[in-house]
Design a protein around this ligand. Structure first.
Ligand code: ARG
Length: 479
């Protein structure tokens, strides 16, 4: 096998790794996606070196300009990525030195790839989380908008996937909006721990140069620096947390997908899928399949995989940096692509779903969804709840025998079960009344739903203002 020497660390090696080994350890083919963050971090490091007198101000300027020139080449697609240079960091540094000469070789002063890769990846993860947060806000907006359209439309609420009590479609959709809103909050919590700089740790023990790592942290928009150099270079909790957040987002999306799959089934018939989000069958002409929802449900698996994969990578590692940790990137890149696309597609699909509110209303009649109302009515008329439950059970059995719904039983049939039942029971048995009366905080009643919608309107306004204020993450292209 042919071999070549790596010029960056090749000093003590007489022959480079064989080609198969080089290909095996190469990460530039995927970690080039981190080029913007690597350059952002290196510019901050160079400026700090200049301020601290470790390099001259002129050298610092030339490095910063050179890095901008490298960025231009990458953006223009003229940059030549070299597998022999292993990763994004060494590709960029090597090109910098080609462009500006000797000064380029000073960029790495007081720094190691170990703290460099940790800072670069923290910047990348932070940008990704910002993007997911925007996607979650947009999805919550779509859910709240559809909920606002369906405050008065009823469908069966289920427990055990058995018809339980009627709820408003708004309440059902808002339940998902709350899940995704929690996800957005989780990302913010995670960001507080991602946005801390490891620079200054160098290889693992710190460095002898008079650095000012705090100023680098501030320049890249981080809140501070990690307190222990060995922890700084070997911590990947920030990736794990982000992946857990991603896994939870996908779990929530997957539940919503499952709901869409069920609702699109003719047995439910609660939604008609937009043509653009479904496919036909090559053999069965009557079919319209919810492929997009199914695929999104399926893609949840690979995001869980990324989380489990990295937990497993990390579990046996002694301090400090180990090359195993290079395996933190591909799973995250894949999870990022999956979460970003899934959020956007779900928001678009929701906007176009046609809710068949007539089918939903009819389904309420089929499952004795107003049985709880009858029990509550009997309690209001003096029967202890347990007895009311029993009498209602008898009423359901009687209705079932007659092939009727509860409100179709005659007054005579009802009074045979309990003399406490009067004409006013028919008002109580209306499905809309059942929803209207559930006004406990968070309930499906119209006032509670109105309060939730107002709460979302306010939150969406604040969240949109906050996300447009934060610098838009540079498009994560070049992957
Ligand atoms: N490409 C490596 C990674 O992603 C960074 C280099 C680590 N340092 C080293 N001495 N091999 O983790």
């Amino acid at each position: 096998m042919a071999s070549h020497t790596n010029s960056t660390w090749g000093g003590r090696f007489s022959a480079g790794p064989a080609e198969a080994v080089a290909a095996y350890t190469d990460s530039q083919r995927y970690d080039r996606a981190l080029w913007r963050q690597d350059i952002r971090a290196s510019k901050a490091h160079a400026r700090m070196l200049g301020r601290q007198g470790v390099i001259t101000p002129d050298e610092a300027d030339r490095i910063v300009e050179g890095l901008d020139a490298v960025a231009d080449e990458i953006r223009a697609g003229t940059f030549v990525w070299k597998p022999a240079l292993e990763d994004v960091h060494m590709n960029i540094e090597s090109r910098l030195t080609e462009l500006i000469g000797e000064a380029g070789k000073k960029l790495h002063t007081g720094r190691s790839r170990n703290d460099q890769v940790a800072l670069t990846f923290r910047l990348f993860v932070a940008d990704a989380l910002d993007g997911w947060r925007k996607g979650l806000v947009a999805l919550c907006g779509a859910l709240a908008r559809r909920a606002g359209e369906h405050r008065d439309d009823l469908l069966p609420g289920y427990t055990h996937l058995q018809p339980a009590q009627p709820v408003s479609l708004a309440q059902h959709l808002l339940a998902y909006a709350w899940m995704f809103r929690r996800d957005a909050g989780r990302l913010e919590d995670t960001l507080a721990r991602v946005r801390i700089s490891p620079l200054g740790a160098a290889a693992l023990a710190g460095t002898t140069y008079p650095l000012d790592p705090q100023s680098v942290a501030e320049e890249v928009g981080f809140s501070g620096i990690l307190a222990n150099s060995m922890d700084a270079v070997s911590d990947r909790d920030f990736v794990l947390e982000a992946l857990f957040d991603a896994a939870t987002v996908m779990m929530h999306l997957s539940r919503l997908c499952e709901e869409i799959v069920l609702w699109a089934n003719p047995a439910f018939g609660f939604v008609r899928l937009p043509d653009s989000f479904s496919t036909g069958s090559s053999i069965m002409p009557q079919k319209k399949n919810p492929d997009v929802a199914e695929l999104m449900r399926g893609k949840t698996g690979r995001v869980y995989g990324a989380l489990m994969g990295l937990l497993t990578v990390m579990k046996g590692l002694p301090l400090a940096y180990n090359r195993d940790m290079q395996e933190d990137k591909e799973g995250f890149l894949d999870a990022d692509a999956t979460v970003s696309a899934s959020l956007a597609i779900m928001a678009a699909m929701l906007g176009e779903l046609e809710f068949r509110v007539d089918r939903m209303r009819d389904a309420c009649k089929a499952g004795f969804l107003n049985a709880t109302e009858l029990a509550d009515y009997l309690v209001a008329h003096g029967l202890p709840f347990r007895e009311a439950h029993h009498v209602t059970g008898q009423a359901v059995a009687a209705a079932e025998r007659e092939g009727k719904s509860l409100e179709e039983l005659t007054m005579a049939e009802l009074q045979a079960l309990s003399p406490r039942i009067g004409e006013d029971v028919y008002d109580v048995l209306q499905y809309a009344a059942a929803v209207r009366r559930r006004e406990t905080p968070g309930g499906t009643g119209p006032r509670s739903v109105g309060y939730q919608l107002e709460n979302f309107r306010q939150w969406l306004e604040d969240a949109r203002a906050a996300t447009s204020a934060s610098a838009p993450p540079a498009a994560r292209d070049a992957r």
